[in-house]
Design a protein around this ligand. Sequence first.
Ligand SMILES: [Zn+2]
Length: 59
Amino acid sequence: MSILLDRADDRTGPALCALCERPLATSPSDDFCSESCQQKWHAANKVDQSITRGKRPAA
Ligand SMILES: [Zn+2]
C-alpha cells in the first residue's frame, strides 16, 4: 500500500522546499518547508493572492 510513496521516491528523492531547498520533513505543504517560506516565495514571484481569492479589480 505504498505505491504513491514509492513513486514520489522515484522522482527526486525527498521533496525540497521551493525557496530554501531544505527537506520538507513534516511540513503540511508539498512545496515549502514552512509558511514563512511560502509567503516569501509568493512575494518574490509577485503572486498576489488577494486577487485570486475573488477580490477582483474594478473593471
Ligand atoms: Zn523553506
